[in-house]
Design a protein. Structure first.
Length: 458
């Protein structure tokens, strides 16, 4: 990052869209934002962390069971002078462990090769954006991790085998190792059955749409806005604009706690310029600093996470983006599935219904003394409504099932929306009527296509 004079934005203009700014709703124990949320979310996006932990656990478990095998043999010899009773389990246990080690890796390869094909089909049918649901699936990671751990455990156990055949001189018999390997195989098979069931659900459109909507509801609740105690601090006349000098990509999230602490330490106020989800490149204005001398740019840069794709963690609009992508892909001539588009509109209707009474504007994050230290822009009502309806309206104007569902959604939202926000919905309603009029010439068919119906055409 580098220093530059502030842009021409007039602080007196207030929040985007003419609405009052918002602040983070507080609860017992502090704000809803949790300090480790970015790290936890990044680990959920990765596919290496869980297998790494289970493989480390497999190494420790192999050492523990090998020690237990030696201990029980030593205790048996000390008590009876011979381990002949335990030797009866030796051949069977070694056979079980050997079979597990040879078959488990093949099992992993076949299962997850089929899964990759299923993911490719899902990406082409729904949207590439929804593949994150499969990557973030805890069950998928648990199945893969346990299978890998079982394979690694079986390999390590074989290193501790004792080839001695004399019951009085043997030092280890794989009693606990064989039982543990059998239990791991049973656990792997149980997880595999659950994994197949989960994959079959995630390959069905309604379940994918439901998952996206559920995550969107969580994000809306996570950043639920309430009227602020006062106006946000205005940017100082001598504020500095810091430019991004890292890699290009989408601004996935920011470490809010770190920025708030940094601003408090230097007695500053940070005004973020891009919204979460914006694509930034080197030279993009990233933050305006008001107050004393700014900290070193790398300290601010370390709190920003830039990646190749957006995430749901702090992105209020990304859920709408995924639902709209599913709908317009379903309306494409190659797919021609208006029922899927209607199911996506159902969830868009749900999310907009949650937002009609919310305060839009810049989020204000305060330090422990109540002083605003970070101002973060979020999409305003007009942006959300345009994102939710525009592309679906354009692509689905010739599909009566879709236009009837859009009409029902808009009419329902107009009934519950405050007067100050009705204009954008009324504009979408008028544009929908115009689009249908251009695509449907017959007056009777046009009237049918614009009749509100919550099921489209039931």
């Amino acid at each position: 990052m580098s220093d530059r004079r502030p842009s021409d934005r007039d602080p007196s203009q207030g929040a985007p869209g003419g609405h009052r700014p918002g602040r983070l709703r507080l609860r017992r124990g502090g704000p809803r934002y949790r300090p480790l949320s970015p790290l936890r979310d990044h680990l959920r996006e990765s596919f290496w962390f869980a297998p790494l932990l289970t493989c480390v656990g497999a190494v420790l478990l192999a050492g523990l069971t090998a020690w237990a095998d030696e201990a029980i043999v030593a205790a048996t010899i000390a008590e009876t002078g011979s381990a002949s009773e335990l030797m009866r389990f030796d051949t069977a246990a070694k056979s079980v462990v050997s079979s597990v080690s040879s078959a488990m890796l093949t099992f992993i390869g076949v299962v997850f090769s089929i899964s990759l094909v299923a993911l490719q089909m899902a990406a082409s049918q729904f949207s590439p954006r929804v593949l994150r649901l499969y990557v973030r699936s805890r069950l998928t990671k648990a199945t893969f991790s346990v299978c890998l751990a079982t394979f690694l455990y079986a390999l390590l156990v074989q290193l501790s085998y004792d080839d001695e055949t004399d019951p009085g001189r043997v030092t280890s018999v794989p009693v606990f190792s064989g039982v543990t390997a059998t239990l791991l195989v049973v656990l792997s098979l149980a997880l595999f059955v659950l994994y197949v069931q989960a994959m079959m659900r995630l390959l069905r459109v309604p379940h994918v749409i439901d998952r996206v909507a559920t995550e969107s509801v969580a994000v809306i609740g996570h950043y639920r806005l309430v009227p602020p105690d006062g106006e946000p601090p205005a940017e100082a006349a001598d504020a500095l604009t810091l430019l991004h000098d890292g890699r290009s990509g989408a601004l996935r999230d920011i470490n809010i706690r770190r920025l708030v602490r940094l601003a408090r330490r230097h007695d500053l106020v940070f005004h973020m310029v891009p919204r979460i989800g914006d694509f930034i490149t080197p030279g993009t204005p990233i933050v305006r600093v008001s107050g004393g001398s700014p900290p070193r740019p790398w300290r601010i840069a370390s709190a920003l996470n830039v990646g190749v794709e957006r995430t749901m963690h702090q992105d209020l609009a990304f859920g709408f983006r995924q639902l709209v992508d599913i709908a317009i892909r379903a309306l494409s001539p190659a797919v021609n599935d208006p029922t899927t588009a209607v199911q996506a509109v159902d969830r868009i209707h749900q999310l907009l219904g949650m937002l009609v009474q919310e305060s839009f504007g810049d989020l204000q994050f305060r330090d422990r003394h109540g002083v605003v230290r970070l101002v973060l822009p979020v999409p305003d009502w007009e942006c959300v409504v345009d994102l939710a309806f525009t592309e679906i309206r354009i692509c689905g104007a010739g599909q009566p099932q879709v236009t009837r569902r859009l009409t029902a959604a808009l009419d329902d939202l107009l009934r519950i929306t405050p007067d100050s926000r009705r204009a954008q919905l009324q504009s979408q309603r008028s544009l929908l009527e115009r689009a249908v009029g251009e695509r449907v010439v017959d007056p009777a068919n046009r009237a049918f296509a614009l009749a509100p119906d919550r099921q489209g055409i039931g």
